[in-house]
Design a protein around this ligand. Structure first.
Ligand code: THU
Length: 158
């Protein structure tokens, strides 16, 4: 048996001001989208935004449902909205941020199902995306490529 190691490279910005303009714009759209979340059950408002290959920014926010599993996360809302409105355009960046019941911006990182959908976007367009996660206190994590969020993900020749 051979012992192997997985190394994960990513970076963190100390503040929004430190981000390059294009990345900051996507995060700002995600922050704005928290205000449109429908989260009467969890009271956790999540905002997301994706930047497409032509520079268009598409927002999304969580959409909850009284039958809990019928709701949808902010990230998938943004991606499916982009797919429905702008088919044929790759996603270059995805930003996500949470807002708690007291209105404070808080950390949010994509759930497993959203990671699988994000992986599909990379597969669909043959292009990696940059993932920006708000960490709280103005800090942002920057990850290049969904494989880092979903290592050893499902692959099949179909
Ligand atoms: N949620 C998201 O929108 N994105 C995530 O990455 C994690 C969770 C939503 C789902 C639900 O509406 C609420 O946050 C609490 O789990």
């Amino acid at each position: 048996m051979e012992q192997k190691r997985l190394v994960l490279d990513y970076c963190e910005y100390a503040s929004l001001a430190e981000m390059p303009e294009a990345e900051r714009a996507v995060m700002e759209h995600a922050i704005e989208a928290t205000g449109r979340a429908y989260a009467p059950y969890s009271h956790f408002h999540v905002g997301a935004a994706v930047r497409l290959s032509d520079g268009t920014i598409v927002p999304g926010c969580n959409q909850e449902n009284i039958a809990y599993p019928s709701g949808l996360c902010a990230e998938r809302t943004a991606l499916f909205s982009a797919g429905a409105q702008h088919p044929g355009k790759a996603v270059e960046m995805l930003a996500v941020v949470g807002r708690d019941a007291e209105g404070r911006l808080v950390e949010a990182s994509p759930c497993g199902a959203c990671r699988q959908v994000m992986a599909e976007w990379e597969l669909r367009y043959g292009q990696k995306m940059v993932v920006l996660c708000y960490l709280g206190e103005g800090q942002i994590r920057r990850i290049e490529g969904v494989d880092k969020l979903l290592p050893f993900g499902f692959e099949a020749k179909v």
